[in-house]
Design a protein around this ligand. Structure first.
Ligand SMILES: O=C(O)C[C@@H](Cc1ccccc1)C(=O)SCC(=O)c1ccccc1
Ligand SMILES: [Zn+2]
Length: 166
């Protein structure tokens, strides 16, 4: 099912997600709904926080042909190296694309949809996306890395847009 995506600056985007205790059918259904929502947006990633479910679940698909869905449950970054500055977007902050500097490579450990632990070394957009999504689980939104001046302008623009659509 398509899930509604919270829009910044919704305070629920700043809640800290709780670890998943058991990867059961309800978590697998959440992964399916998040994947459907991500592909429809469209996006290359989605964190459960963004659909107001405060559990540590992330889906990512950075493949060109949108055919490689990856689920990360209770993801943890084990190692980070290098630096890269990448233009990022966010489904919770529509229409805003800004450069953010993050680690170039990450080694991440997570559970898959079967509840099996796995480790993945990622670089490029996949590494950027993993860091962006884990930030969501920790209640962080990428625009908060920008200067206060830029963040102020973004908030003003979003507030204006919200007023018109309201
Ligand atoms: O808000 C999110 O987590 C999704 C976000 C993930 C992300 C994108 C780029 C850099 C870092 C993190 C998005 O997917 S924004 C939309 C987007 O970038 C995109 C959409 C369709 C095709 C390719 C990219
Ligand atoms: Zn985002």
């Amino acid at each position: 099912a398509l899930l509604p995506i919270l829009r910044y600056p919704d305070p629920r985007l700043h809640k800290h997600a709780a670890p998943v205790a058991v990867v059961d059918d309800s978590i697998r259904q959440l992964v399916r709904d998040m994947a459907e929502t991500m592909y429809e947006a469209p996006g290359v990633g989605l964190a459960a926080t963004q659909v107001d479910v405060h559990k540590r679940v992330v889906v990512i698909d950075v493949s060109e042909d949108r055919s490689t869905l990856r689920a990360f449950i209770n993801p943890e970054i084990l190692e980070k190296s290098g630096e890269q500055t990448c233009e990022e977007g966010c489904l919770s902050v529509p229409g805003v694309y800004e450069k953010v500097t993050r680690a170039e490579r990450v080694k991440v450990r997570a559970l898959d949809e079967r509840g099996e632990p796995f480790e993945l070394e990622a670089e490029g957009l996949l590494a950027v996306c993993i860091q962006h999504e884990i930030d969501h689980l920790d209640g962080r939104v990428f625009v908060e890395y920008l200067s206060p001046l830029k963040l102020g302008r973004i908030k003003a623009r979003l507030a204006k847009k919200a007023r018109i659509t309201a």
